[in-house]
Design a protein around this ligand. Structure first.
Ligand code: CP3
Length: 346
């Protein structure tokens, strides 16, 4: 890559700081954008949309064209992994994901032993297509769901408030659950590697439901699996940056800061920024604007932005939300956020 063309997101993940932080938003492609709703209407099923490379490329590029974010994230979903392992996955409009629930260890035998890469080929083609039309100074992020978060959907068959079905399954059938987690670790390594080989500059591992696990369980089902994924991906692709997002773990962020193969950590909305900065030992941090603050806008948004910029002054930081942007968020608030972050808070 030519000097000066390195995406700012990648230099921050290398630990460098200069000027305003790079900015992108989780779920930046999606339902708050009228142009997304227009192309989404072309296919009935959400997964069909995800596996249509042309539509996925367009959805990925829409927020870059409109706002000029410093990074694009490939338009896809974490549930393509269970889908490519042969589990029945659907998205019901207005209800979220529905999977064929795995209620007994025996039902795990119905899953394929390895990921069907032909099934996921449209995702990798979309990554190559996005990279080809993206400016060289804009980073392209690939992603996957962490094994624990994927397992919560695979076992319950849907989103659950406290992930009780997966937690119970892990207590009742630790060996079978451990085999499922191992399979998901392998699948994540293969899926992230294929995204990197197709052109992703960085990857993010989403453990959205890590926060429901007691510390001991978190260590076994979240920290170690994420560490194994990050180490295996780093060994194959030493240049690629890896961001971990163990959401809502509070002080249990500490074990994640010890994972050397993770180049950065994304903080959720409730994370204490100054504490995180102290314990992260220089590891770059991403986040953590409240999605409700950007939805609300006005003085509340301005205050929240200033406070984040102040807390991360002269620290390697990527501006982002603490969780995904909400569909009713006004476009003008996103514009306000970007211009305020880029002008250093004024
Ligand atoms: O812009 C981006 O961030 C890239 C695309 C992306 C989507 N999902 C698109 C999507 C990414 C990175 C995800 C990750 C994802 N998917 C997570 C982890 C992050 C998080 O939010 O915690 C999880 C848990 C999922 C699973 C999932 N996908 C759920 C629970 C739902 C339904 C709830 C909802 O938000 O609607 C989805 C559907 C989904 N994934 C949509 C989008 C744009 C909405 C469906 C549609 O547009 O028809």
């Amino acid at each position: 890559m030519k000097p000066g063309m390195t995406p700012k997101l990648l230099s921050v993940l290398d630990g460098r700081t200069s000027g305003p932080p790079p900015i992108w938003l989780m779920r930046q492609a999606g339902r708050y954008l009228p142009e997304y709703l227009a192309i989404r209407a072309q296919t009935k099923s959400f997964l069909e949309f995800c596996y249509n490379s042309e539509l996925a490329i367009e959805a990925t590029l829409q927020p870059i064209r409109r706002f000029g974010f410093d990074a694009a994230i490939i338009f896809s979903d974490i549930l393509v992994i269970p889908d490519a392992l042969g589990q029945d996955v659907r998205f019901e409009v207005g209800e979220g994901p529905r999977l064929a629930a795995i209620e007994t260890p025996d039902q795990l035998k119905g899953l394929a032993s390895t990921l069907d890469l032909d099934h996921l080929a449209p995702v990798y083609r979309a990554i190559a297509g996005v990279r080809a039309s993206l400016a060289p100074d804009v980073a392209l992020i690939g992603f996957c769901g962490a094994p624990w978060t994927l397992a919560t959907y695979m076992i319950a068959g849907r989103g659950t408030p406290d992930q009780a079905p997966a937690r119970l399954f892990a207590y009742r059938h630790p060996e079978a659950f451990s085999q499922l987690i191992d399979k998901l670790v392998d699948a994540a390594v293969v899926h992230l590697s294929a995204q990197i080989e197709a052109g992703a500059d960085a990857v993010q591992i989403f453990d959205s439901w890590a926060g429901s696990l007691p510390a001991g369980e978190l260590e076994v089902w979240s920290v170690r699996p994420i560490q194994r994924i990050a180490e295996a991906v780093k060994a194959r692709h030493p240049q690629t940056k890896i961001i971990g997002f163990p959401r809502a773990v509070g002080e249990q962020l500490l074990p994640f800061t010890q994972i050397a193969a993770l180049d950065g950590l994304s903080l959720d909305t409730t994370a204490d920024r100054r504490w995180a900065r102290q314990v992260a030992g220089g590891k770059p941090l991403q986040g953590n604007l409240d999605p409700l603050a950007i939805l609300a806008g006005g003085a509340a948004l301005d205050r929240a932005i200033d406070s984040i910029l102040e807390d991360f002054a002269s620290y390697p930081h990527i501006f982002n939300l603490g969780h995904g942007i909400l569909p009713p968020t006004p476009i003008a608030n996103v514009e306000r956020l970007i211009s305020k972050v880029r002008s250093g808070g004024r």
